[in-house]
Ligand binder design. Structure first.
Ligand SMILES: O=C(O)CC[SeH]
Length: 410
């Protein structure tokens, strides 16, 4: 689909990188064998898959490619971690002289993606886990002490996204990882269960450094379609079923060491590995582009709308994604972000996560400190590798034109 539209919703999804398209074009007709087959046709596919696994491992900073498990995407990866919590405590208790009574306790934040918070709420409603949802500050960031002060004897999992898809705020994952190591050392000495640590890095990969040895996480979610790769994903597990438990969500063949059975989606898996290699190879160049164009966008918004353009989540002490601009375009008529986007002729953007309704203010923005009026008027503009300065100029004009159309009542 060739379009004159201006795509500024790269946090929703990204197109395949041209090199990934080329990779798929080559792989699809030639590497179709079953990777589990013992003959050459299968072995060649297996080899390509393991090459992809190695590239993804390198992208997230681990030398252990066996720590990368391919999944269908971020939702499956997140669910696999969360649903495993119930088995984790049960298995741990079976090995203890003094097992813990009660059910597992999970700690998370109030700005998580639905693929984290909804499985948590499901397990909670089924009476299988206790949950503490820790609020972020009015600047949209979690405070390490607030999260760790929620720890209880039965706490089994802390899960917190690395960067928020709507606000762009980057969470202190590494800081919490360091403090949690200290907490766990004491817990283990006191005969308590180790707290496992997960981050959903969907919005971070390709935009900011992601290094599991810096973050000290046990699990990390990887999502291909956020960094110009195919719509599959993977889950980093620190030593799967040796150092860190991970439990299958379904059963079948022995693929992925039985952790994620099913004949491998070889073309997409190999494509994901290609996207990972590109994200690593061009990281500095891409990050500089994001910063340059997002700053240009914000400069043009201010030039065109003055003080009526309120750019959120820009506290000097709180890091944010280089490509994300959360902005309210204030009008006397109090037009919503959705109203304005609907009247745009070319801009493709959103007021919040694509998987949420665009017709009501985002709870994530409200939880992150925006007033109902500001949340309602917010538009999320997210820069990508195909964004150009001329597109930004045209996008700002399109937004201004949309507001004029609304004012004219058309
Ligand atoms: O933030 C979005 O738009 C989609 C999250 Se999958």
């Amino acid at each position: 689909m060739r379009s004159n539209n201006i795509y500024l919703d790269y946090n929703a999804t990204t197109p395949l990188a041209p090199e990934v398209v080329d990779c798929l074009r080559e792989v699809n007709p030639h590497y179709w064998g079953n990777p589990s087959s013992p003959y050459l046709r299968g072995l060649l596919v297996k080899e390509k898959i393991e090459e992809a696994r190695t590239n993804i491992a390198k992208l997230v900073g681990t030398p252990h490619s066996e720590d990368i498990i391919f999944t269908s995407g971020g939702t499956e990866s997140n669910n696999m971690v969360i649903f495993g919590t119930t088995k984790y405590l049960k298995e741990w208790n079976e090995k203890q002289k003094s097992p813990l009574s009660g059910i597992p306790h999970v700690i998370t934040t109030n700005v998580e993606h639905d693929s984290v918070i909804l499985p948590i709420k499901r397990l909670q409603e089924d009476g299988l886990i206790d949950v503490t949802i820790v609020p972020v500050t009015k600047k949209g960031v979690i405070v390490a002490e607030d999260l760790l002060s929620a720890v209880r004897p039965n706490t089994c999992l802390i899960t917190m996204m690395m960067a928020n898809n709507e606000t762009g705020v980057i969470m202190p994952v590494a800081e919490i990882g360091r403090q949690l190591q200290r907490v766990n050392r004491k817990r283990i000495a006191d005969g308590l269960i180790k707290i496992l640590y997960h981050t959903d890095a969907a919005q971070a990969i390709g935009k900011i450094p992601v290094d599991v040895e810096d973050l000290l996480v046990d699990y990390l979610t990887i999502v291909g379609h956020k960094f110009y790769g195919p719509r599959i994903g993977s889950l980093y597990v620190r030593g799967p079923n040796s150092a860190t438990p991970i439990y299958p969500m379904f059963y079948g063949g022995g693929q992925e060491n039985g952790i994620r059975p099913g004949t491998e989606n070889a073309p997409m898996t190999i494509g994901l590995g290609k996207a990972a290699a590109l994200a690593a190879q061009f990281f500095n160049q891409n990050q500089s582009l994001f910063i340059c164009f997002r700053e240009y966008l914000e400069e043009k918004l201010k030039e065109r709308f003055g003080e009526c353009a309120v750019i959120h989540f820009r506290d000097p002490d709180i890091p944010f994604l280089p490509n994300t601009c959360s902005v309210s375009l204030l009008t006397n008529e109090k037009f919503s972000g959705s109203d304005i986007l609907r009247k745009c002729h070319r801009v493709e953007a959103s007021v919040g996560a694509a998987c949420h309704s665009q017709d009501k203010p985002s709870a994530i923005l409200s939880n992150s400190g925006l007033s109902p009026e500001l949340a309602r008027s917010t538009i999320r503009l997210s820069i990508g590798l195909l964004t150009s300065k001329s597109e930004i100029d045209d996008a700002v004009q399109d937004l201004a034109n949309a507001i004029r159309i609304l004012k004219d009542g058309k």
